[in-house]
Design a protein around this ligand. Structure first.
Ligand code: HEC
Length: 215
């Protein structure tokens, strides 16, 4: 393999942030991170995983220099209270994370002081671990935020329903119902923030886009 390719691979983060990651999938990920190409000495830079898998990954990666990065601090949607997110970061670092990837709280975009305050406290909680703030485009990209829960291809994820290929009028109606609180079941709470900022135009565009996707 040529030097450029080796360098690219050595810079990769292998990510496993599905809902259903278990011991096996994390072990397989670590195995691949250590030996992306069989016996070669080449490794990737890091695995990127959920906080609950940090100790396991740490254990499996102990010998070679693959780092453990963790998506934490409320990732992907920082809607839990700050102290809870801070605690999650601390625990991940205590469990051996080398890097914490924390979402920038876009619900605070109109409150810059509060936003900076949050970033400072998550930075502090990271201690000597590398701290990375992740800027998501969900607020303006609109549908990116939906994929976090509804799946990359909008085909549903775990208990979260499929959106791809639903009737556009149905989609639009549901979004209005979430927005005005008429659709208000236990699971509907998760939709509240996603719809809060949507304009009529957004709803129209989302309905058209989502219904155009292959179910
Ligand atoms: C935090 C997770 C989350 C995010 C982000 C999210 N959703 Fe949802 N969504 C849900 C859940 C959970 C349900 C099921 C709600 C229920 O059963 O009442 C749902 C239901 C829906 C439904 C109704 C589907 C049906 O079959 O009735 C639509 C439409 C929808 N979401 C669109 C969106 C759009 C568009 C976005 C992005 C702007 C989005 N969602 C973002 C979790 C989420």
């Amino acid at each position: 393999m040529d030097a450029d390719r080796r360098l690219l691979i050595a810079c990769l983060d292998l990510t496993a942030l599905g809902d259903d990651e278990d011991e096996r999938s994390i072990e397989a990920l670590c195995e691949r991170a250590i030996r992306p190409f069989g016996d070669d000495e080449l490794t990737v830079a890091a695995v990127c995983i959920w906080p609950r898998s940090v100790s396991l990954a740490r254990d499996r990666l102990s010998a070679p220099g693959v780092r453990v990065a963790v998506a934490t601090g409320g990732f992907p949607l920082p809607d839990a209270p700050l102290p809870q997110r801070i605690e999650e970061i601390r625990r991940a670092v205590d469990a051996g994370a080398d890097e914490v990837d924390v979402p920038v709280n876009r619900f605070l975009l109109d409150e810059p002081d509060a936003l900076v305050g949050e970033l400072r406290s998550t930075r502090e909680a990271a201690g000597s671990a590398t701290w990375k703030a992740i800027v998501e485009t969900g607020g303006s990209g609109k549908s990116v935020a939906c994929a976090i829960c509804h799946g990359d291809t909008m085909k549903g994820l775990g208990n979260v329903p499929r959106l791809a290929g639903l009737h556009p009028i149905y989609i639009a109606r549901q979004l209005y119902l979430f927005k005005d609180g008429s659709r208000n079941g236990v699971d509907a709470q998760l939709m509240k923030k996603a719809v809060a900022q949507l304009t009529d135009e957004d709803i129209l565009a989302l309905a058209a886009y989502l219904s155009s996707l292959v179910p």
